[in-house]
Design a protein around this ligand. Structure first.
Ligand code: FEO
Length: 170
């Protein structure tokens, strides 16, 4: 059985993951609007990944006998001034999500909820990977600057990303 405080925090994290998915869906639409199909495809995989994160929390709450409460999802931004600005936004957002996960880990430890602590370890590792991946794309976009051929090359590369549902089991 989940303690009230933990249940509330897990429900808030479901909302945060749903918001991430919503934000990245908005970015997918932005990239489609500027004809960067590869970036848009990368974002679609990111949207699915965030939904998978939300569902992992959802399933965990149910497994522990808690009741999921879904709250309103904030409206995401609609436009970015450049692909670099969008990816800088993603990096800031993922850093925020990392701090939310760390706060949850701290709460689970304070409340001596070891099962939640172990469950969260997957997300601790996932956030390291997310920040590293996005940070690398930010660096590459900074190097590319106004070079459109570099941008199209990166677009083609990012377009190869596909969402791997089996990640959810890892
Ligand atoms: Fe669910 Fe991108 O963290």
């Amino acid at each position: 059985m989940l303690k009230k405080k933990i249940l509330k925090a897990l429900n808030e994290q479901i909302n945060a993951e749903m918001y991430s998915s919503y934000l990245y869906l908005s970015m997918e639409s932005y990239f489609q609007s500027v004809s960067l199909g590869g970036f848009a495809a990368w974002m679609r995989a990111q949207v699915q990944e965030e939904l998978m994160h939300a569902m992992k929390f959802y399933d965990f709450v149910n497994e522990r006998g808690g009741r999921v409460t879904l709250n309103a999802i904030n409206k995401p931004e609609r436009d970015w001034e450049s692909p670099l600005a969008a990816f800088q936004h993603i990096l800031r957002h993922e850093q925020l999500v990392t701090s939310l996960i760390n706060d949850l880990v701290d709460l689970a430890a304070r409340e001596k909820d070891h099962a939640t602590g172990i469950f969260l370890q997957w997300f601790v590792t996932e956030q390291v990977e997310e920040e590293a991946t996005v940070g690398e794309i930010v660096n590459r976009l900074e190097l590319i600057g106004n070079d459109s051929s570099g941008l199209f090359f990166l677009d083609a590369e990012l377009g190869k990303r596909v969402f791997n549902a089996s990640q959810a089991e890892a």
